[in-house]
Design a protein around this ligand. Structure first.
Ligand code: GLN
Length: 444
């Protein structure tokens, strides 16, 4: 069973911050009772999966891989958790990640690193690294991650999984601990496209508890699981195949696109001219929102509290002790970008760039149905290899523009380079999850 497998691999991989075996067994027992009573079961009934540890679970520690929330137990479930419970899905545990989802390797976890099951000297990607490794190592059948700038798609690519970031607003963020609220989305990490559609079915749809939730019913995504790409117009944005992409990664994507063309898809080159400005804009907008969102960790309402001589001293010590270096870096960057006198020069400029990036996509989508790019410029890198934060930020170059534009994107395995999985990203129009699922399914 899944626990035997977890016992065997977890000491080496370390996907989980918290395992919830008792809960899993209780949930599984309820499914057994339903079976005994001859009741119909939902598609995910009894199927074990992991949740990234920034998704709130009632009565179960939710740490965001941060020391500041090391003992935080939420009094409520995130909407996605409620919806999975309705399906009788089984929760195996809370997966490791970069602290507050800030990072691309899970090395920024405040507790420990997670290893890539394909090569344990390498990172699983991030920030949803534990979610991806749990699925790749067979410790979970599905997992949820969150994606602000690539954190579902990039770890899925590095671990050989399918990772889907829905359109902004498609999945409720209620109960997802906020990193950058205008970019965050929850989505599935799975072994294949069919499972991705099943998990998305469970979690997608309007939620009155999230004011940014799209007020439109979600379709049945399993209807998109048809082996047909005839006439599908694929755009290859030339800016995504420029310098910095590992040649083996570009080759694998090229082969995959040829396969889709052989199946009847049409392909053309397109241009997204503002691509080079997306990364700097993201690294202003995301830290700005983060600095505001993380102001709540002050030692008063919840989480870690340090002893202080007065309240200001208590705030300072709590935050100095509780946050790790990357989180502090982002809070400082964001506070600076939002400070009076600099707002127009940095934050406002970044928002304007965001609009230009979005308009590039709008224009491309008048000519094509989907866009295909690498998910990340390289395969999984070695633990400790990208110690320079700027080098780490560059790993997000193919995924970040999609968050800025609020679009859906799926990463799926499309081959290997030096024995490591390569991820291909398929990007769709707003709310066109079904289209990217269909293209991914046909390719798979
Ligand atoms: N690596 C990016 C960052 O550090 C994306 C993280 C994410 O999507 N949560 O911000």
């Amino acid at each position: 069973d899944i626990f035997t497998r977890t016992d065997a691999v977890e000491p080496k991989i370390r996907s989980y911050i918290t395992e919830t075996r008792d809960l899993a067994l209780a949930q599984a027992a309820r499914v057994d009772e339903k079976i005994a009573r001859g009741e119909a079961l939902a598609p995910l009934a009894g199927i074990p999966g992991a949740l990234k540890d920034n998704i709130c679970t009632k009565g179960i520690k939710t740490t965001c891989a941060s020391k500041i929330l090391a003992n935080f137990v939420p009094p409520y479930d995130a909407t996605v958790v409620d919806r999975l419970a309705v399906q009788d899905a089984v929760i195996t545990g809370k997966a490791n990640c970069d602290e507050f989802a800030m990072g691309g390797s899970t090395e920024n976890s405040g507790f420990f690193i997670t290893r890539n099951p394909w090569d344990t000297e390498r990172v699983p990607g991030g920030s949803s690294g534990g979610s991806a490794s749990s699925v790749a190592a067979g410790e979970a059948i599905w997992a949820l991650g969150s994606d602000t700038g690539g954190s579902i798609r990039q770890p899925a690519a590095y671990c050989g999984n399918v990772g889907l970031k829905p359109t902004y607003g498609r999945v409720s963020r209620y109960g997802l601990v906020a990193y950058a609220s205008s970019l965050d989305q929850i989505g599935p990490i799975t072994r294949d496209v069919t499972d991705s559609a099943l998990v998305l079915n469970a979690i997608a749809g309007h939620d009155a508890k999230d004011s940014t939730s799209v007020n439109e019913a979600a379709p049945d995504y399993t209807k998109a699981l048809v082996n047909d790409v005839k006439g599908l117009k694929i755009g290859l944005p030339k800016e995504y195949f420029a310098a910095g992409i590992q040649p083996e990664v570009a080759e694998a994507i090229d082969k995959a696109v040829k396969q889709l063309v052989a199946m009847g898809a049409e392909v053309k080159e397109v241009s997204l001219p503002h691509t080079e400005y997306a990364l700097p804009a993201y690294y202003l907008i995301a830290p700005a929102e983060a600095s505001s969102n993380l102001a709540r960790y002050d030692g008063v309402g919840f989480g870690h509290r340090a002893e202080g001589t007065d309240i200001i001293d208590m705030y300072k010590k709590t935050r100095s002790e509780g946050f790790g270096p990357e989180v502090k870096r982002r809070i400082m960057l964001g506070t600076y970008a939002l400070s009076s006198g600099y707002y127009d020069a940095y934050y406002l400029k970044a928002l304007q760039v965001r609009t230009l990036v979005k308009q590039d996509f709008d224009k491309a989508f008048t000519e094509v149905d989907v866009l295909i790019t690498p998910t990340a410029p390289t395969t999984a890198f070695k633990i400790g290899e990208l110690s320079d934060p700027l080098a780490m930020y560059l790993q997000d170059i193919c995924t970040i523009p999609i968050n800025l534009a609020g679009l859906p994107g799926i990463s799926l395995p499309c081959g290997f380079a030096h024995g490591l999985p390569v991820g291909m990203q398929i990007i769709g129009k707003p709310l066109a999850e079904a289209t990217i699922i269909q293209a991914a399914y046909a390719f798979e």
